[in-house]
Design a protein around this ligand. Structure first.
Ligand code: SF4
Length: 452
């Protein structure tokens, strides 16, 4: 894949990652009755479950996640008790609906002990009906610094069949600057154990734009990553926003790679990964050609939800835990963002939702446009006309005008029957999707990260 740095520089503005549409910034106040009504309307189909586990033992200075840094394991015990009560409150609303996808994210889910993980997994399986191991995708984010091969075996015993793990960078100086020391050997052992114990997919995260990174250091890191041979690789852009994310104040701006060097690192990583046979799925994601994400993209069945690209992205999604966001076809709901508020709502016998947005018909059409472009890099007007009873070309007359400007830079081609995103346009897919986002002008662009 050739990367055109001139185009990237021209279009490199802040933009949403579109794990939802509308994005969470557009959410408003919610009541429990709104949530119960939305679940009732959502029908009887299979669901996806997300569980947020916010604790981490140490702080990575680049982190922009919603987490609680503590070494007090007692906090985990207390949180599990609230999660159990939240599970019991939701479960009757989903009776008879099969869980086809499960993801535990954080924070660091492996902050919990094996016994705690087993207990939480047991409560979920006791209260919800799970698909068989071969039919479901049950994944957990692990921190290789907190697991050994025995723990990986225990995770498989607890029902997980996919792993994702952070690496970010193997260079010692970069690791010291971001306070995340993680050896290649420990990571290799975790990947090896995952294969031995029958995990069907291993996914790893890298970040470019960290302090002291250069083309040389990133090339060395990539070499090690390729030796690990993960099924999926995410390559995230580090956005230095110390005013918004206080941990980043410990990173000195002067140590960051210059903008041109950062773009060269991105170009090098993208070209090397695709040169090694990984398929560019879109946004920040790469996958082996035989991985189910790449297969789904080829078959036109790839989807996207809060867990990123997925083969199950079209399912209703129930999110458990502080900050979790649930998704239904006509509404999104977010749980309380502060732990005290989350606990208080559960203590008063409520389902702990605080924010929501109704998705109207126009949102649904735009969401489908954005998700189709993000997942398939092309869109057929006729499909939308049939599905939504619209005339795409007149409905999106203004947006198509904006796209024609991008077409002059050869990011997209717009013809009588649809839109096709070019290879250069794939890297700037967020910009293309932003054209269809009617909520964007009302939210501050400063709250999103740059697209590359
Ligand atoms: S990057 Fe992950 S492990 Fe590090 S502090 Fe953030 S949530 Fe925790």
């Amino acid at each position: 894949m050739d990367v055109d740095l001139t185009l990237i520089e021209k279009y490199n503005i802040s933009g949403p990652r579109y794990t939802s549409y509308p994005t969470a910034l557009a959410f408003e106040d919610a009541a429990e009755e709104d949530y119960q009504a939305a679940v009732a309307r959502s029908g009887e189909g299979p669901i996806s479950l997300y569980t947020h586990l916010p604790f981490c033992s140490t702080l990575c200075y680049y982190c922009a996640c919603n987490k609680i840094v503590t070494r007090d394991k007692g906090k985990g015990i207390r949180y599990l008790d609230y999660l159990r009560r939240e599970i019991e409150a939701h479960a009757p609303l989903y009776a008879g609906r099969e869980v086809r996808q499960l993801h535990w994210g954080g924070g660091t889910p492996t902050f919990l002990t094996d016994e705690q993980i087993s207990a939480l997994s047991g409560w979920l399986r006791e209260h919800f009906q799970f698909a068989d191991d071969r039919d479901g995708e049950f994944s957990i984010e692990i921190d290789p610094r907190t697991v050994d091969p025995d723990r990986i075996a225990a995770l498989r015993q607890s029902g997980f069949n996919r792993l994702s793990m952070g690496i970010q960078d193997f260079d010692a100086r970069v690791q010291a600057a971001v306070n995340r020391k993680q050896s290649f050997e420990a990571t290799d052992a975790a990947v090896e154990a995952a294969r031995q114990h029958g995990f069907s997919s291993v996914s790893i995260d890298l970040i470019y734009g960290l302090p002291f990174q250069s083309l040389v250091t990133m090339d060395q890191t990539l070499g090690k990553v390729l030796r690990l041979g993960p099924d999926r690789i995410s390559l995230y852009n580090y956005a230095h926003l110390p005013d918004r994310f206080s941990p980043q104040q410990r990173i000195q701006a002067v140590d960051l790679p210059a903008a041109e060097e950062k773009l060269r690192i991105f170009k090098r990583c993208t070209e090397r990964l695709t040169g090694e046979g990984y398929v560019y799925i879109g946004m920040d994601h790469f996958a082996r050609p035989d991985d189910e994400l790449a297969v789904a993209q080829r078959n036109g069945t790839l989807q996207r939800n809060f867990q990123g690209y997925s083969t199950f992205g079209g399912l209703d999604l129930l999110a458990l835990g502080v900050t979790g966001i649930s998704q239904f076809s006509d509404a999104y709901f977010q749980n309380a963002r502060e732990m005290a508020d989350y606990e208080g709502l559960i203590d008063s016998g409520q389902i702990p939702v605080r924010k929501m947005i109704h998705v109207d018909e126009d949102d649904r059409i735009r969401r489908q446009v954005i998700m189709t472009l993000i997942c398939e890099f092309s869109l057929d007007f006729g499909d939308f006309n049939d599905r939504f009873g619209i005339d795409f070309v007149s409905y999106f007359n203004e947006e198509l005008g904006f796209l024609r400007d991008m077409a002059s830079d050869r990011l997209v081609a717009v013809n009588d029957s649809g839109i096709v995103v070019s290879e250069s346009g794939r890297l700037l897919i967020r910009n293309i999707c932003m054209t269809f986002d009617r909520h964007l002008p009302g939210v501050s662009g400063k709250r999103f990260s740059r697209v590359i």
